[in-house]
Design a protein around this ligand. Sequence first.
Ligand code: NAD
Length: 348
Amino acid sequence: MAKKLRVGLIGLGSICQGGHIPGWLAADGCEIVAGADPSSGARESTQRRAGLGADLLFEDYSQMLAQVELDVVDICTPQKLHVKPALDAFKAGCHVLVEKPMATSSADVRKMIAAAQAADRLLMVGQSMRFTQEHLALKRWVDAGLVGEVYWGRASWLRSRGVPVRPSFLLSQFSAGGPTYDIGVHVLDLSLWLMGHPEPVSVSANTWLKIANRPSLMKHDPKMYELPEDLAVAFIRFANGACLSLEASWALNSPELDTWSVMLAGTEGGIVNNPPTLVREEAGMLTNTYTQVNPDAGIASHTAQIVAFAEAIRKGLPSPVPGEQALFTQRILDGVYKSARQGREVKV
Ligand SMILES: NC(=O)c1ccc[n+]([C@@H]2O[C@H](COP(=O)([O-])OP(=O)(O)OC[C@H]3O[C@@H](n4cnc5c(N)ncnc54)[C@H](O)[C@@H]3O)[C@@H](O)[C@H]2O)c1
């Protein structure tokens, strides 16, 4: 029997507790052997959920890397704190799974890719939404050629009243942006993946902070937190002539509380995610085809991404979500804020 992959967790907050710990516990041939987080509450919670002794839970992740033999490091720290632990984990000879967004600048994404290459280890970005049954169904339609040449897409995640309350999303020392970085990155990544990662060329975008700080909407304390934006809208051009519209909000006077969608228009058909639908002409009629994927029959997306990562490590396969793909996403994110600042279309 092959040796189990020894996993160390860095950042033991909400997504680690709810998504990553259950994922590693469910994945065959893997064991969580250590964790690190400055928060004692997060460490205690991990002690209970992952069954770790207190001596294997560290305040400082460097102690964990120095003292515990690890094959994999899984990073779930706030977005601006992904880079340093990833570089240190590669130096320690580990494979790295890092939560989305991979980093907060293209320069940092490039550093992480270079470190993975230098260490000859796998780097995977936690774009967990690629691993739902619904999105895998959309990908199968695209890969089967049923959509043809995709020339336009729309990626949207709009929350009418959904400003997060955790400091990791609302303090500039932890996060580089608002809904664009939090939820926009999910639908952007999904769209780029389904489009086959065309080369991005330019972005024209605007961001607004109009209503999220109103006392009637706020769950956060405006004296403590400075929101970057509550709405971002962007238009992205690709070298192959395709374009993508992107929109993301935490607070908006829109009819639905929380709704997200990905739609692609192609020469042979169109796809949309909810429910997973293929639209195309059949027997002279424009026809909607729905798949019968049962979301409950699949494993949770975080578990599925962890299973895929562990399999890639064991079998020497490419990373299921490589840093090179996240670089496309990051170049666009950089472009969104630059374009909004400059009030014009910018090259990415
Ligand atoms: N894929 C998804 O569906 C999904 C969902 C939620 C969050 N996320 C991503 O996961 C990451 C974490 O988000 P969260 O919601 O769990 O935030 P969180 O605030 O609940 O947890 C972050 C944790 O990191 C810890 N931390 C801070 N600095 C640290 C350091 N130097 N070393 C170790 N730990 C440190 C904090 O103490 C906290 O426990 C973010 O990048 C976020 O975008 C992804």
